[in-house]
Design a binder for this molecule. Structure first.
Ligand code: SF4
Ligand code: SF4
Ligand code: SF4
Length: 272
């Protein structure tokens, strides 16, 4: 019974957002969209509670393909960072801006980088690659994320300043091109550095929002020091190199935690 409380609670939070946005914007899309995402997450968490080995993958596939194929390709809504800038500049508080506000800017105060672990369509593919646990030390390439972040902002600002026409159409093609580039770079980096999540660690511009907000995350994995025997298994299996045995907010790579729970599953003492 206890194990079903959290999935139900999460589902209720998403339903509340769905109903509030549906009523506030007078648009049924929000009810369907957030209900679908909340239900997908709740199903994955229920599977997780039953120790299903692919619970997180279920969520990634349900939400990731929905956002990429339905929202991106069929509805032609650019949910990449350039789409966020575009809708922000045009003053449109619609799907892409709401998505960023909920999943990537304010939501991380509650659920950290849950987006990265359970919903992102880029990581949905990268997580199928063979390098789940990085074995090489982390590279000093984190600065690249700021370059891609600034480049996306300058690109969209440039389109506005140059009064380029048919921007809606351009944003759609940028979505296609951006995704192809993300997958190509992400897969190449994973093989080059033997690390599925190298793209997330060094390149992804969205982490410029995600990292500072998730620092304050309410939901986080903590360690019971009484039980921990310092075996190091949690560090070995962590795809993001987090020192999860340190309970402070300043833990090493703490803002990288994607709540995948691999460390929790691996801990022989159930200390996490
Ligand atoms: S870091 Fe970026 S690419 Fe990686 S999971 Fe998060 S949003 Fe997706
Ligand atoms: S796996 Fe568990 S017991 Fe081992 S170091 Fe991590 S928290 Fe401690
Ligand atoms: S293994 Fe643990 S510390 Fe590492 S990302 Fe997953 S949940 Fe976070």
């Amino acid at each position: 019974m206890k194990k079903t409380v959290f999935p139900i609670l999460l589902w209720l939070i998403f339903e509340t957002v769905a109903v509030v946005l549906w009523q506030a914007k007078d648009n049924l899309f929000y009810l369907l969209n957030f209900s679908y995402i909340g239900t997908s997450l709740a199903i994955a968490l229920l599977l997780f509670a039953r120790r299903h080995p692919h619970a997180r993958r279920v969520s990634q596939l349900l939400i990731g393909t929905y956002m990429l194929v339905y929202l991106g390709l069929i509805c032609q809504e650019n949910m990449q960072i350039e789409g966020f800038w575009y809708y922000l500049f045009t003053g449109v508080f619609e799907a892409a801006t709401i998505h960023y506000a909920v999943a990537k800017i304010f939501g991380p105060l509650l659920f950290g980088r849950g987006w990265c672990g359970y919903a992102c369509w880029t990581a949905m593919v990268l997580d199928f690659l063979p390098f789940r646990q990085p074995h090489a030390p982390r590279k000093k390439l984190g600065f690249v994320r700021y370059l891609t972040f600034i480049a996306s902002l300058l690109l969209v600002a440039g389109l506005f300043l140059c009064h380029v026409g048919n921007l809606e159409r351009i944003m759609f093609w940028l979505f296609i091109a951006g995704n192809i580039a993300y997958y190509a770079v992400g897969i190449a980096l994973a093989f080059a550095l033997h690390d599925n999540r190298a793209f997330c660690k060094y390149i992804c511009p969205i982490t410029v929002f995600l990292k500072p907000m998730s620092y304050f995350s309410l939901i986080r994995v903590t360690c019971d020091k009484e039980k921990c025997v310092s075996c190091g298994k949690c560090r070995q299996v962590c795809p993001m190199d987090v020192d999860v045995t340190d309970n402070t907010r300043k833990r090493k790579n703490g803002t990288e935690c994607i709540l995948c729970m691999e460390c929790v599953k691996a801990c022989p003492k159930k200390a996490l």
